[in-house]
Design a protein around this ligand. Structure first.
Ligand SMILES: Cc1cc2nc3c(=O)[nH]c(=O)nc-3n(C[C@H](O)[C@H](O)[C@H](O)COP(=O)(O)O)c2cc1C
Length: 304
């Protein structure tokens, strides 16, 4: 482990700035464990709610050019059933961020309380899912609703709160500022981009839900722009996410202003080795630049 990579996000100590993105391999203790063993600096669980939820019928995930399109519908076992899974991972001393969703600010607060009771080191509020009605992006598109959710959660729990934003808004900075002014400890940017695909022979939309969220390389420039804009306007760490597939992508996000990076879709294409190769690449880059720690590259692109 290189000291150059030690990272701190809202008081959480990470051995390196890579994290597992929510919803990809984060549904059981054993899958989280595989990611920890692959070298991630922190893991984020699948988004969990108060009650178990089934999600949508298939097809829920399809491959498109440069990425994945998904509308899974937030299937999950409910937070209370997740305690054992988290306990196992925590023994490895890697921070576990529990992603939560709810259909109202009270729901979010109750989910946050349960998540902390089962061992969350931090919470990530999913106010950005693009394909489930009355939660996710419907909340995250409205700064006033985001304010209510963050306030309620912060009044209920005493752990760091990350707010994960949707790019599907006219002004992401406005939403980030609303979250931070109400006490968000970090901003995660971004969730998937609302998208769809149609099969031309059958003339049918490919996803059962018709509309879903695009992830992977296709969205990287959108995500880099969001991180760059948010970093200029908030004084909490920004966690970059969206299309990171190699160390160059991770460095690009950090130069834009990301203190850490989350990786999701690349795992499907490259396997879990992506964590080690990204980490090693960042380390070599920082060393070549003759710097002492990766945090020194955060936001450097803002100087131009
Ligand atoms: C199959 C799949 C499931 C996802 N589930 C969630 C989820 O439960 N909660 C959430 O906040 N984001 C979820 N996401 C979004 C990712 O966490 C991430 O924000 C997005 O995919 C962009 O990063 P990537 O290009 O590295 O995948 C999901 C993405 C995929 C591909």
């Amino acid at each position: 482990m290189s000291r150059r990579l030690l990272t701190e996000i809202a008081g959480l100590k990470l051995a390196n700035p890579t994290m597992l993105a929510a919803g990809v391999l984060g549904l059981t203790g054993s899958s989280l464990m595989r990611v920890v063993e692959a070298g991630a600096g922190a893991v984020v669980t699948k988004s969990l709610g108060l009650k178990p939820r089934e999600g949508y019928p298939n097809p829920t995930v399809i491959q498109v050019n440069c990425g994945l399109l998904n509308a899974i519908g937030l299937p999950n076992p409910g937070i209370r059933h997740f305690g054992e899974d988290i306990k196992e991972v925590k023994e490895k001393k890697v921070p576990v961020v529990v992603s939560i969703y709810g259909f109202s600010s009270e729901d979010f607060a109750r989910a946050a309380k349960s998540a902390v009771e089962v061992g969350a080191d931090a919470l990530e509020l999913n106010v950005s899912c693009p394909h489930v009605e009355e939660t996710g992006a419907e909340i995250g598109s409205d700064p006033e609703l985001v304010t209510q959710v963050v306030r309620e959660v912060k009044n209920t729990v005493d752990k760091p709160v990350f707010v994960k934003l949707t790019p599907n808004v006219a002004n992401i900075v406005e939403v980030a500022k609303a979250a931070v002014e109400t006490g968000a400890d970090a901003i995660t940017a971004i969730n998937t981009v609302r998208a769809m695909a149609i099969e031309i022979e059958t003339t049918r939309p490919l996803l059962a839900n018709k509309i879903g969220g695009l992830s992977g390389s296709a969205i990287k420039p959108v995500a880099v722009r969001c991180v760059y804009e948010i970093y200029r306007h908030v004084d909490v760490p920004v966690i970059g996410c969206g299309g990171i597939t190699d160390w160059r992508d991770a460095v690009e996000f950090m130069l834009a202003g990301a203190s850490a990076v989350q990786i999701g879709t690349a795992i499907a294409f490259k396997g879990l080795e992506v964590f080690k190769s990204v980490t090693k690449g960042i380390d070599t880059y920082v060393k070549k630049k003759r710097l002492g720690n990766a945090k020194e590259i955060v936001g450097l692109a803002q100087n131009f």
